[in-house]
Write a protein that binds this ligand. Structure first.
Ligand SMILES: [Zn+2]
Ligand SMILES: [Zn+2]
Length: 254
């Protein structure tokens, strides 16, 4: 089954130089996923993507609820004004992370931060909260694992196609969930080795190799990385791992 992966937002914390905050479109068979919903979701205003997505089953998977992963939720009524089918929002529950998806959606879409509560969006919204056991979307298993990050965050895996790991401590040793996937999308907060709540490209490469994965798409670039530095990440490819630098709006096909 073909997987199409379209990076829509690849910055952590704040947008810079035309790169938006975190959002990746993943199309697996007939199902469409968004990994996180930062400002990059605004790229779905592109007429071609609009036409493709307007009525396809859509699940937005959240790694956690920091604003660079959540802010675009408030844009959805403008992106899907005519949509009839539901949009499923799926994220970690309270107790798994410090707060659950429902609380995060309430807070972001209540007055005075938003004029439209998520229950008043033009399309039905389904909220699905999950724990460490994960869940299924139309027969596609979604596996999750807790990461070390302030308030918590999770690794997400969609079937055998994609594993997504962002906002995780530099000291993380490996990513068992990534074993055997076609592509790993992983945070690269900087080209240098990191310490603290974020991981750089060197940690990402090490975890990709340990998991036996051959493709690494770096993402969640810090606001201090300029475009030349982001493009230079391709030169870190090794004999076993190809580093695929994302351009927002341009798909990879696997
Ligand atoms: Zn982030
Ligand atoms: Zn975060």
């Amino acid at each position: 089954m073909e997987t199409i992966l379209t990076p829509l937002g690849t910055r952590g914390w704040m947008p810079r130089d035309g790169r938006q905050t975190m959002c990746t479109l993943v199309q697996v068979g007939a199902h469409t996923f968004l990994l996180d919903c930062g400002t990059g979701v605004s790229r779905l205003l592109d007429p071609e993507l609009q036409a493709q997505l307007q009525e396809s089953p859509l699940t937005i998977l959240f790694s956690h609820y920091h604003l660079d992963h959540l802010a675009g939720l408030a844009y959805l009524p403008g992106i899907f004004p005519e949509r009839k089918r539901p949009v499923r929002l799926a994220g970690p529950r309270e107790g798994f992370l410090s707060q659950g998806l429902r609380q995060a959606c309430e807070q972001l879409t209540a007055s005075p931060l938003s004029s439209r509560h998520y229950r008043e969006f033009p399309f039905p919204v389904e909220i699905q909260e999950f724990g460490p056991e994960g869940f299924q979307v139309d027969g596609i298993p979604i596996a999750v694992a807790l990461q070390d990050h302030p308030g918590g965050s999770v690794t997400l895996r969609i079937g055998d196609a994609v594993c997504y790991a962002t906002d995780l401590a530099a000291a993380t040793r490996e990513l068992p969930l990534a074993k055997g996937v076609e592509v790993l999308i992983h945070e690269a907060w900087s080209p240098q080795a990191q310490a603290g709540p974020h991981s750089g490209l060197l940690e990402a490469l090490d975890r990709t190799e340990k998991a036996g994965v051959s493709r690494l798409v770096p993402t969640h670039f810090s606001p201090w990385m300029d475009e030349a530095e982001i493009q230079s990440l391709a030169t870190y490819s090794t004999a076993t791992v190809k580093v695929l630098v994302p351009t927002e709006g341009f798909p990879f096909r696997f």
